[in-house]
Design a protein around this ligand. Structure first.
Ligand SMILES: [Fe+2]
Length: 331
């Protein structure tokens, strides 16, 4: 094992005030807040940092407006960090911070950092559920959430013009493993052979961009509590609550002022060496088993879909219909 997950995400934003309010409402702990630099932390100490978009020390943005400027991956040991650095130094320019974080530019043009992870293990909250003939909670009331307090950053998703280049870089150079695919459109990767379904997901699109950033919460109740609290405070739901087919996660995506939706999720598949990767049709309908709000039919696409998915899906449907007609004629 080497990379354990996202340690730190740095945004350059149009409005510091809106971004500060967003992460306060989202349930992260405020570590620092000023007009020039703010830090917010999840329970496992993975962090979001925000700077004004025009801050001179930030690396270049790969898209216009508010967006991610640095993604820092946490590595399990000092030795593995050293080995990763030696390998990347063969064909990448490396810069280094005083604290030992080193940086390279990835194939899509984003500044990637690596450091010994500062994430901590958070004591799990065991919430037993009762069902018919299946009783686990006795003489005890359920836990209710009026808002969320995310455990940590779970995954990050990017739109990329060269899917293969990103998959190769993450699998061959950073040691990620293939979990699942959207045929010709996306790749879900996990940082270790035994890990949650994905820590990064790349989606093919014409231009690079941040698609969304996702935070793990304890269970569906906390996810609903968080989503409702965001709604009450005026943050628009992108889509949710709902449940994905790929990864099995329950989700709630909220529009944000940092350039892309932020997501609460829970109950993702956990994969080992026995997991069998599968390739799914990227049609918008495979985005979710169900969802309650957002995406009125025909008006908007799910966050992980592009217009191509609709066009190509229509193409597939008409090809199937034509083939059926042919066989009926023949029959
Ligand atoms: Fe997600």
């Amino acid at each position: 094992m080497a990379i354990v997950g996202v340690d730190r995400v740095v945004f350059g934003v149009e409005s510091m005030k809106k971004a500060q309010q967003f992460y306060t409402d989202f349930g992260l702990k405020k570590i620092k807040s000023s007009p020039k630099h703010s830090i917010y932390e999840a329970s496992n100490k993975s962090r979001v940092e925000i700077f004004p978009r025009t801050a001179k020390h930030l690396p270049p943005a790969f898209e216009k407006g508010s967006t991610i400027r640095i993604l820092v991956w946490g590595v399990d040991t000092r030795d593995n960090l050293k080995a990763l650095k030696a390998d990347l130094a063969r064909d990448h320019e490396i810069t280094e911070d005083e604290d030992g974080t080193f940086y390279v530019t990835d194939p899509v043009g984003l500044c990637l950092g690596f450091r010994v992870s500062r994430r901590i293990n958070v004591k799990p909250v065991i919430i037993p559920m009762n069902g018919p003939e299946n009783v686990h909670r006795v003489d005890e009331r359920a836990i209710y959430y009026d808002r969320a307090k995310p455990v940590g950053i779970g995954h990050i998703v990017f739109n990329v013009p060269d899917l293969k280049a990103m998959e190769n870089f993450y699998r061959k150079r950073l040691g990620f493993h293939l979990t699942d695919r959207y045929t010709g459109r996306g790749v879900f990767l996990r940082s270790a052979i035994r890990a949650g379904h994905h820590q990064v997901f790349f989606l093919h699109d014409d231009a690079p961009g941040l698609n969304h950033l996702a935070f793990a919460v304890r269970d569906v109740s906390e996810m609903i509590g968080g989503g409702q609290y965001m709604q009450k405070n005026g943050w628009e739901t992108a889509v949710g609550p709902g449940r994905h087919i790929v990864s099995s996660c329950y989700f709630w995506y909220v529009q944000s002022p940092v350039g892309a939706p932020n997501e609460y999720f829970c109950d993702e598949d956990f994969c080992t060496e026995n997991w069998k990767p599968k390739s799914y049709d990227p049609h918008p309908d495979t985005f979710a088993e169900w969802f309650l709000t957002g995406l009125p039919k025909g008006k908007r696409l799910p966050p992980t879909r592009t217009k191509k998915d609709v066009t190509e899906a229509k193409g597939r449907v008409s090809r199937v219909k034509a083939a059926r007609k042919q066989s009926e004629v023949r029959g």
